[in-house]
Design a protein. Structure first.
Length: 194
């Protein structure tokens, strides 16, 4: 019997904190025996705010080293860098083409970040949730652990359903009775709890 699939990732921007460990990485290590874990370094998400390319490369490798140092075992979990898998961007493009502009405009994360980074509001920031949906759907994830800071984005039906019209219209169905994409259950990991 196959194990449920978990997908999650950390941006390689900014300094990693004890909060990253307590809120995410420690829980990821514990999940490795019960789930098929897919852990990504989401460098494409990081570039929604301008990054120095050399610093981003270094930070990406630092996050990889942190994953390994915290106990994420590459023999038990899949670990990769998002930009090294072109299907993330490819699926995001398809989902973008079926996502309504108005739905994206109501996303709280876009509103919050565009207010903080007024001089750096770009389309990537606007479509960030669609790339998140592509990340999850690409691996048919059943569970997606998220941090407290991502709570608002996951309350929106837009995040995992920009393709909903495709499913209803059967454009993405492999078989008439089975959809290509499964729905993922999102849960917020409790920071610092066992």
């Amino acid at each position: 019997m196959s194990k449920p699939i978990v997908f999650s990732g950390v941006q390689p921007s900014g300094e990693l904190t004890i909060g990253n460990y307590l809120g995410a990485l420690r829980n990821w290590v514990k999940m490795q025996d019960d789930y098929d874990c897919v852990y990504c370094i989401v460098d494409q998400h990081a570039i929604t705010v301008r990054q120095d390319p050399e610093s981003l490369r270094k930070s990406t490798l630092d996050v990889l080293a942190l994953y390994l140092a915290c106990g994420i075992d590459p023999n038990k979990s899949t670990i990769f860098i998002q930009s090294h898998v072109p299907e993330h961007a490819q699926l995001a493009w398809v989902l973008n083409c079926y996502t309504y502009f108005g739905e994206m405009g109501r996303m709280t994360q876009f509103k919050d970040k565009s207010a903080r980074y007024e001089e750096n509001v770009n389309v990537g920031l606007f479509t960030y949730p669609v790339l998140m949906a592509a990340d999850i759907l690409l691996y048919q994830a059943n569970q997606v652990p998220v941090g407290d800071d991502q709570n608002n984005i996951w309350k929106s039906p837009v995040t995992l359903q920009p393709f909903q019209c495709l499913i209803r219209q059967k454009r993405f169905r492999r078989q008439p009775d089975r959809a290509c994409f499964c729905s993922a259950e999102v849960f917020i990991a409790k920071s610092g709890q066992e």
